[in-house]
Ligand binder design. Structure first.
Ligand code: NI
Ligand code: MN
Length: 226
């Protein structure tokens, strides 16, 4: 069984197979966060891109937990320079880890790190754990290659719906169609005024327009198990 818990914005913990991952651990300064960075227990930290609302508390969580950071080469190098352990991947590449497999995908966005360092290309990630496949697209606009990402079958996909910096609801509905995941859960909305969106509107539209995909709306702190 895999338990995915939304901690607000794009931050998720994924627990399964005796391991615990955290994706885009933005907790300090995240008004929706239901946990403090000091409470996080994680073996692995996945960072999709260099922006502060995704790198978040990664360094502190990695040091305290001796967790392995999985991200693109540039972000892993930046983290390693600050005393953490990492495994670099890059777009299209995946590797086996004790929890399963992680593969980076394209994303259309930026990736500058909080201190202005080059954070490489922004990415999404496909995780394979316990025979399930989960897609976290990071921050991105809509792209047609989501069809390819969905071709191998997705059990769960998180989708940004907040508009302004990422897809808004209309494009996220198109993304859901291209991906064909069994379940989609909206994220990256209502954290700040600039990313205000109604997740129930997204859910209604997925229900009407996307066959074979269920939309689940979580409140921060809630989990979905699969
Ligand atoms: Ni971003
Ligand atoms: Mn963001």
């Amino acid at each position: 069984m895999i338990k995915a818990t939304w901690l607000g914005h794009s931050c998720w913990t994924i627990e399964g197979g005796g391991h615990s991952l955290i994706i885009d651990p933005f907790l300090s300064g995240n008004p929706l966060a239901t946990k403090k960075a000091e409470e996080i227990k994680a073996d692995f930290i996945v960072i999709t891109h260099g922006h502060g609302d995704h790198v978040g508390d990664a360094l502190a969580i990695a040091k305290r937990n001796k967790a392995l950071i999985i991200a693109n080469y540039e972000i892993v190098a930046w983290c390693q320079n600050q005393g953490t352990q990492g495994h670099p991947l890059h777009v299209g590449g995946g590797a086996a880890f004790p929890f399963g497999r992680a593969k980076l995908t394209i994303a259309h966005h930026g990736s500058a790190l909080p201190d202005g360092s080059n954070g490489g290309s922004p990415c999404g990630v496909v995780l394979e754990m316990e025979g399930k496949r989960i897609y976290h697209p990071g921050d991105t606009g809509l792209f047609y290659d989501m069809k390819l990402i969905g071709e191998d079958g997705l059990d769960l996909a998180f989708l940004p719906i907040g508009d302004n910096f990422t897809m808004g609801i209309t494009d996220a509905v198109k993304a859901a169609k291209l991906l064909g995941a069994k379940v989609v859960i909206p994220m990256h909305y209502n954290t700040f005024d600039l990313v205000k969106a109604d997740p129930e509107d997204f859910k209604k539209r997925v229900g009407k327009e996307v066959q074979g995909t269920e939309c689940v709306v979580l409140a921060p702190g809630e989990s979905y198990t699969l």
